[in-house]
Design a protein around this ligand. Structure first.
Ligand SMILES: [Zn+2]
Ligand SMILES: [Zn+2]
Ligand SMILES: [Zn+2]
Length: 463
């Protein structure tokens, strides 16, 4: 290849496109003369639109050339912003901004939001001297909170050691970056020192996971930041996943939480299970399912669990567990004989009510109820037991604020239509596909509240 560089054929090509060569040597960035010439030696002509001065770069309509065939992009010749910064020959920003009249800029500003104006004023000295602090004063207005968050969130990438607090509307320094732990609700482990901690009038955004476990928005923020910008900005998915047993009442439930980012949203799966004895009376079912402190199920539920068929379906599933033999005498012997020749299958099949997955119509939560045969090593008298497993999948939103539709719906704010928002895109399917595409739950997805009746505590036979 090197031998061909000075070949007569190539020099004649240069002659042919002498004009465009000159154009191109102007169009590449000023400090990049060398690279520009090297490129010229290898490339066929192109038409370029040239912008003068500091932002001198090429917008090109390239004809067939070697680099496009080899997969190398001409964009590589552009300088990175850092290179521009250190270029001493660039024009001062003031003179570039001054190329448009103040009246023109005012017309441009008219199209921008308060957050955009603050961002422009923050971007460089030239704009800051024109716009001043007025955009920031507007953002300080308590009625302009949405715009203030809009602006502050743009600083996220520049503040790995801080986290935006939605109670104070400002960034706080993280106490132990990267060491943050998701702990039970009664354990103190603040992510940052916030003066509003303990203020009952503040939102302290979080959602309930199970009995004494919560998911604070700070952890959603950190998980999403680590995903977007890198580990120093937050925490990894593995550090927030948990496996724990309830330590309240006489709960026998154990839980597994797992998280994944799919399409810019943090998805959560909470798999809760407990051994389920057969033939429980209604009081026994309640004892198994509900905490006696607050009458909320031990497994993970969204705020709309009382409406619809979730609880009746869980009880329905429990009733499918085969009962042990009862009675005595000849009847019992007959049943035992029957059972001997037709043993019960260890896999309990559920009915058309309790088998399908259910989606809450008012928030991005989905549920699956299963009865599984599991091994209980702690009980030598009965090693294999039927276990009730209730799995909840939820979309926690993008973690940008406590005002995302998903987060608000999970906190019980009305107005979210999960059928419209999620459509055929099941949260469960997306989550499972992230780990193992082969085990996507195959059940039908039905509404958790098909009649959309909202009776709360009074209705739906939940207790
Ligand atoms: Zn704060
Ligand atoms: Zn059933
Ligand atoms: Zn819900």
């Amino acid at each position: 290849m090197a031998a061909n560089v000075d070949s007569p054929r190539r020099s004649s090509l240069f002659g042919l496109f002498k004009k465009s060569k000159k154009e191109r040597s102007q169009s590449v960035a000023p400090t990049d003369d060398d690279t520009g010439r090297k490129m010229l030696g290898n490339r066929s002509p192109r038409r370029s639109l040239q912008l003068p001065g500091k932002d001198n770069y090429v917008i090109e309509h390239r004809s067939t050339n070697l680099s496009s065939l080899s997969g190398h992009s001409g964009l590589r010749t552009m300088q990175s912003p850092e290179q521009y910064k250190t270029d001493s020959q660039t024009e001062p920003g003031e003179s570039i901004v001054a190329r448009f009249t103040e009246r023109t800029w005012q017309q441009v500003y008219a199209y921008l939001s308060d957050a955009d104006l603050a961002a422009i004023s923050f971007s460089c000295k030239a704009f800051h001297s024109r716009l001043g602090t007025e955009p920031f004063q507007k953002l300080a207005d308590p009625d302009n909170l949405a715009q203030r968050y809009d602006f502050l969130q743009r600083l996220d990438k520049t503040l790995p050691g801080h986290l935006l607090c939605f109670d104070c509307h400002r960034y706080h320094k993280r106490i132990a970056p990267g060491e943050e732990k998701l702990v039970p609700i009664n354990v103190q482990s603040p992510v940052y020192d916030c003066p509003e901690v303990g203020n009952p009038n503040k939102i302290n955004p979080r959602i309930r996971i199970t009995f004494d476990r919560i998911m604070p928005l700070t952890f959603v923020q950190m998980a999403m930041r680590a995903h977007r910008f890198g580990a120093p900005y937050g925490i990894t998915m593995d550090t927030i996943s948990r496996r724990y047993k309830d330590k309240v009442d006489d709960s026998t439930w154990s839980h597994q939480t797992k998280f994944a980012v799919v399409k810019g949203h943090l998805l959560m799966r909470v798999m809760s299970s407990c051994y389920a004895p057969p033939g429980l009376p209604p009081a026994g079912e309640r004892h198994l399912l509900y905490s006696r402190q607050n009458f909320i199920p031990f497994f993970s539920v969204c705020p709309h669990w009382q409406d619809g068929v979730l609880m009746p379906n869980v009880k329905c599933a429990l009733r499918h567990i085969p009962k042990p033999l009862e009675g005595s005498g000849l009847n019992r012997v007959a049943r035992e004989t029957k059972l001997h020749f037709n043993p019960e299958k260890p896999i309990v099949s559920l009915c058309h009510n309790c088998k399908p997955m259910r989606r809450c119509p008012e928030c991005p939560s989905e549920y699956l109820i299963e009865i599984r045969m599991t091994e209980d090593k702690a009980d030598p008298t009965k090693l294999f037991k039927q276990t009730l497993v209730v799995t909840r999948w939820s979309d926690l939103g993008d973690g940008s604020s406590p005002f995302t539709p998903e987060w608000e719906a999970l906190n019980g704010k009305p107005g979210f239509d999960s059928v419209e928002a999620l459509g055929k895109r099941a949260v469960a399917g997306q989550f499972e596909a992230e780990f193992n595409g082969d085990v996507i739950p195959s059940q039908n997805m039905l509404s958790m509240n098909p009649e959309k009746m909202k009776l709360g505590e009074k209705g739906h036979d939940w207790y």
